[in-house]
Design a protein. Structure first.
Length: 137
């Protein structure tokens, strides 16, 4: 009986987190599901996905405390915005040509990422792959 109640709680958590739209959600859910599945099989994947989604939503790469400061910094720099067709989200690979990438200032402690502005939104980018890892709204 307790297992059934636990499953209902997990399913409700998954349903609720699925409606949340935040930057770290997809990555957190995927990583949590993968790790949970390796440890405890299908049930572990469900629980890990829900927990990973919640943690990813709260943290992202910048975290809650640095996110707004970075947005203010990036918009204050008044960098030109690259016009990209379609929505820009985590996982979008930006083209090689036409996009200018900038170093993230040391105070944000993200030496492995660059940033740029796409469709008037600052985004963090993995420089080697040009893949968007966080969209700053």
């Amino acid at each position: 009986m307790a297992l059934k109640v636990g499953m209902v709680v997990v399913m409700a958590t998954v349903a609720l987190t699925g409606s949340v739209r935040a930057q770290g959600l997809e990555r957190g859910a995927q990583e949590g599901a993968n790790r949970g599945g390796m440890i405890a099989g299908p049930l572990g994947a469900v629980v890990g996905g829900a927990v990973g989604a919640a943690v990813g939503t709260a943290n992202g790469i910048l975290g809650i405390d640095r996110r707004e400061r970075f947005r203010i910094y990036a918009t204050g720099e008044r960098r030109p915005s690259f016009s990209f067709r379609g929505p820009v989200r985590i996982g979008t690979v930006l083209p090689e040509d036409g996009v200018v990438y900038y170093d993230v200032p040391p105070e944000f402690a993200l030496p492995n990422y660059n940033y740029t502005v796409v469709n008037d939104h600052p985004v963090l980018v993995e420089p080697r792959t040009r893949r968007v890892v966080e969209v700053i709204d």
